[in-house]
Design a protein around this ligand. Structure first.
Ligand SMILES: Cc1ncc(COP(=O)(O)O)c(C=O)c1O
Length: 402
């Protein structure tokens, strides 16, 4: 379906709705009403203007969603079943919650007091900021990375020390160590996203060890492992062991990616008990009943995870190969997204995708000529490739000089 079709349908729908409203007494319709109707706002007699949501919802549903690194299949059947069951607790406080804390702690080999739950790992990242960035402290990290950490830091008047990626898109750990040591007194925490979003590139186990061994022991290190399930690189390792060793390390995890529960808002931190206590002061810990029940079921549904991993790898590599055959290089990725080098500014290209009802990743300065593409369903990847050829073939080939 083309964007134009949808727009026209919306226009007709909007006009019909407007006429429906106006038909009651057309001569009474004021210019304001007509203008409101044209914008899709319907006046309800005696009530407040009601915004018509349908245009937006229809357009959202028609999109190929390749912009936010979600699981295109959503929660597994078992997770859905658990969430359906949990509806019966919707009106309760203090309801049975499927022992979500105990089960997450056990699944990760940590104690209950080493765990903090949040409404998505986004909340956890903010809580880390609120806890460790007071009094003008700095966060050290690379750019581009998961920018919400830096945006939040700026929002609470903390500073960011942002280091460039290497030419091969790796994070330069030596530079991170140097920057941390140089700013030691002012460092609130070091942020490492592993694997990194938006590049999909990992930091190796040895590099993480080097980082931790070469910065002062009292500097907290936040390791964001949102995409760890997808990693196959044998040199990569999850970092929970540093928490059990008592290092000042916080691991952030989410149910939004492999478990397909982004809209349910559930994530957690694993950290030493004293850090969990410090952070608890800034956290609501408010995770809803459906997310708790669904989260446990999703975590235990290994078969669904394996299915997602196989699908993800197949379509990531297939799409990268298709792009390579058109002459576009992409960065090898260990995640459910990858970046393709367009050789030109991404923003207008992204808008062209959107007109074709394909949503792709946002700007990631300074990599403004790289487009981040999430792995969707087979159908969505087909739509992406069709749109890609349509948008990029002619102009880019000529701008590259053939
Ligand atoms: C690296 C990284 N960390 C954290 C998040 C936040 O995820 P959520 O708040 O949905 O758990 C995301 C979401 O895209 C992410 O990419």
């Amino acid at each position: 379906m083309k964007k134009n079709d949808v727009s026209r349908r919306h226009f007709v729908g909007g006009a019909a709705a407007a006429l429906g409203t106006l038909a009651i007494a057309p001569e009474l319709a004021s210019a304001r009403d007509r203008e409101a109707a044209a914008r899709g706002i319907r006046r309800v007699p005696g009530g407040a203007p009601m915004l018509r949501m349908f245009d937006e919802v229809e357009e959202y549903d028609a999109l190929a969603h390749l912009s936010s690194n979600e699981n295109p299949f959503g929660p597994s059947d078992k997770a859905l079943e658990a969430m359906n069951y949990a509806f019966k607790y919707s009106m309760r406080y203090g309801y049975p919650d499927n022992d979500v804390h105990e089960k997450i702690a056990a699944a990760h080999g940590v104690d209950r007091d080493q765990l903090l739950m949040g409404a998505g790992s986004g909340e956890i990242l903010e809580v880390v900021g609120l806890t460790y960035l007071g009094h003008g402290k700095k966060v050290i990290g690379v750019e581009p990375s998961y920018g919400s950490v830096y945006r939040h830091a700026s929002g609470i008047d903390a500073d960011t020390v942002l280091l460039p990626l290497e030419d091969d898109h790796r994070q330069n750990i030596q530079r991170m160590v140097d920057a941390t040591n140089r700013n030691y007194r002012d460092v609130g925490f070091v942020y490492v996203c592993n694997p990194n979003n938006p590049t999909g590139v990992c930091i190796t186990a040895d590099e993480i060890a080097y980082l931790l061994d070469n910065i002062p022991e009292d500097v907290p290190v936040l390791i964001d492992e949102a995409y760890h399930h997808f990693v196959e690189d044998p040199e990569y390792e999850e970092s929970i062991k540093y928490v059990t060793e008592g290092r000042k390390v916080i691991i952030a995890r989410t149910f939004s990616k492999i478990y397909g529960m982004a809209a349910m808002r559930i994530g957690f931190a694993i950290a030493p008990p004293d850090m969990i206590q410090e952070m608890s002061a800034y956290s609501t810990g408010s995770v809803n009943a459906l997310a708790r029940w669904g989260g446990v079921a999703a975590m235990e549904d290994v078969e669904a995870q394996q299915k997602m991993l196989a699908h993800n790898k197949h379509w990531r590599e297939q799409t990268r190969a298709d792009l390579a055959s058109l002459g576009f290089e992409s960065i090898p990725s260990q995640t459910n997204f990858f970046m393709v080098n367009l050789g030109r500014e991404v923003a207008p290209v992204r808008r062209a995708f959107r007109e074709r009802l394909v949503a792709v990743g946002r700007d990631f300065p300074p990599m403004l000529d790289h487009l981040r593409v999430s792995i969707g369903t087979e159908e969505e990847m087909g739509r992406f490739m069709n749109a890609f050829e349509d948008i990029l073939k002619t102009p880019v080939m000529s701008s590259r000089g053939g």
